[in-house]
Structures are given as C-alpha cells and as structure tokens.
Design a protein around this ligand. Structure first.
Ligand code: GNR
Ligand code: NI
Length: 168
C-alpha cells in the first residue's frame, strides 16, 4: 500500500473527467487500497481517484466513527435523488482549510461496483449522501468551491496559490 499525493486546487488536473473502469482487476484493487490508505492518513471521509491524478471512476468513503467501514464505489451512477435538500458544511482534501456550506439532495440512491467488481445499489442519506455527491462531482472534474459565488471562488484561488508558494 502507498500514500498517494493529493492534487491541490486550482490544479487544472482536478477538472479532468474520469473514465469508467472497464474491468475491476488487481490494478484497480491496488488503486482502491492506496486510495483508502491515503484517505485514512489525510485524514478524510472520502477520496475520488481524480484527487490522486488517476482519471478513472473510483471512490473510497468511510463515514464511520471508528474508521472501520470502508465503502468502495466503482463506476457509480445516481439512480434516484430526493426532492428534499440539505445544507451541509463541506471541506475538501484538495482545498485545505476551506469550509463552506453547500446545498444538495439529502438522499441519493447509487448503483456501483464494489472492490470485487460485483454490482450493488445503496440508498445514501445524511453525511454519506453529501460525501458520495461530493466525490462524484470530483469524477466529473468539479470541485465543491464551484458551487460558491465567483467572488468566493477567486478569493479561495488566491489563498491556495499563496499557500502553495509558501510550500504549505
Ligand atoms: O474529508 C472530507 N470531508 C468532507 C466533509 C464534508 C463534505 C465532504 C467531505 S469530503 C472530504 C474529503 C474529500 O476531499 N473528498 O473528495
Ligand atoms: Ni473533495
């Protein structure tokens, strides 16, 4: 296993669109394991392959309190969305130190493949719903700050560029 480097906003590679995984083979399982280690080490509750500069549709999430429940979503698709929305404060390992409220549907039903390549469906609500939508946005090249005003986005961009120059 390996801890991978996480791309930092405004890196243009965060805006690449991830391709579907054709076969869940050893290479993908290795990627899943490395992404899980990277997420736990950060620490974060989710990670999309885009953030480690792999542009394939792979997501790992663990929203459990004791970090015991790794969830793997390969080629995820939203098959249902609730009309109800929730506001939740979000953060992102690619935008360290920035926390802003985003409104999203509060329940989403996802179909995906697990680490063995088997299909499954899951109804996600609460923080898991927030997280899976945040991660699926990453796979589409979208970072959560893109939901904010252009003024906030440009302030965040300047702050990140400054931090990068300081070697943070
Ligand atoms: O660790 C993370 N926490 C978080 C909190 C609220 C909403 C979304 C997230 S995901 C984030 C890790 C990350 O950047 N995943 O892409
Ligand atoms: Ni993120």
């Amino acid at each position: 296993m390996a801890v991978l480097e996480i791309l930092k906003y405004p890196d243009p590679r965060l805006h690449l669109v991830a391709q579907p995984v054709a076969i869940v083979d050893e290479r993908i399982r290795q990627l899943v394991d490395d992404m899980a280690q990277t997420m736990y080490e950060a620490p974060g509750i989710g990670l999309a392959a885009t953030q480690v500069n792999v542009h394939e549709q792979v997501i790992v999430i663990d929203v459990s309190d004791d970090k015991s429940t790794l969830e793997v979503f390969i080629n995820p698709k939203i098959i249902a969305l609730s009309d109800e929305a929730i506001d939740h404060e979000e953060g992102c390992l690619s935008v360290p130190g920035v926390f802003e409220t985003v409104e999203r549907p509060d329940t989403v039903t996802i179909s995906a493949l697990n680490r063995d390549g088997d299909p499954y469906e899951k109804v996600c609500s609460g923080i898991l719903a927030v997280c899976i939508q945040h991660e699926m946005d990453h796979l589409q090249g979208k970072v959560f700050v893109q939901y904010l005003s252009r003024l906030k986005q440009s302030r965040i961009k300047s702050k990140m560029v400054k931090l990068e120059r300081q070697g943070a």
